[in-house]
Design a protein around this ligand. Structure first.
Ligand code: THU
Length: 130
């Protein structure tokens, strides 16, 4: 199964009763394992979590820390860009050259490098000297 297929499949499990907007994410880690996430909303709206955050949490829980590929899929006229918070979360675990594929169910695709998703990202080195 491709990452896109995996992301599309896990998207169906998204819990999105408030927005009605289901998102699926699938990432491949450095070891080649695939980790999945979907958005999980909450009646207390700010407590909802994004699909990307779920996939990253699954990777970390399995003891891995390096993303080599990531696909995010949603039903939208255009591929959905990760939110600002997710860009920062992705940048924590993916090098600047890692490709993130944004996909819509209608077949639209957009590929973007992590460096272009979050130029000037806050990084651990910014805390040097603290
Ligand atoms: N959402 C994601 O899961 N990932 C994104 O990249 C964009 C937005 C979710 C959050 C919320 O549950 C719903 O989509 C609407 O914002």
């Amino acid at each position: 199964m491709t990452l896109l297929e995996a992301a599309s499949r896990v998207r169906e499990n998204a819990y999105a009763p408030y927005s009605g907007f289901k998102v699926g994410a699938a990432l491949r880690s450095a070891s080649g394992q695939v980790f999945l996430g979907c958005n999980v909303e909450n009646a207390a709206y700010p407590e909802g979590t994004c699909a990307e955050a779920g996939a990253i949490a699954a990777m970390i829980a399995a003891g891995e820390t390096q993303i080599s590929e990531l696909v995010v899929v949603a039903e939208s006229p255009d591929p959905v860009p990760p939110c600002g918070g997710c860009r920062q979360k992705i940048a924590e675990f993916a090098g600047p050259e890692v490709v993130v594929t944004l996909a819509a169910l209608n077949g639209a695709r957009h590929e973007v490098r992590v460096a272009d998703l979050l130029p000037g990202a806050f990084q651990p080195s910014h805390m040097d000297g603290a």
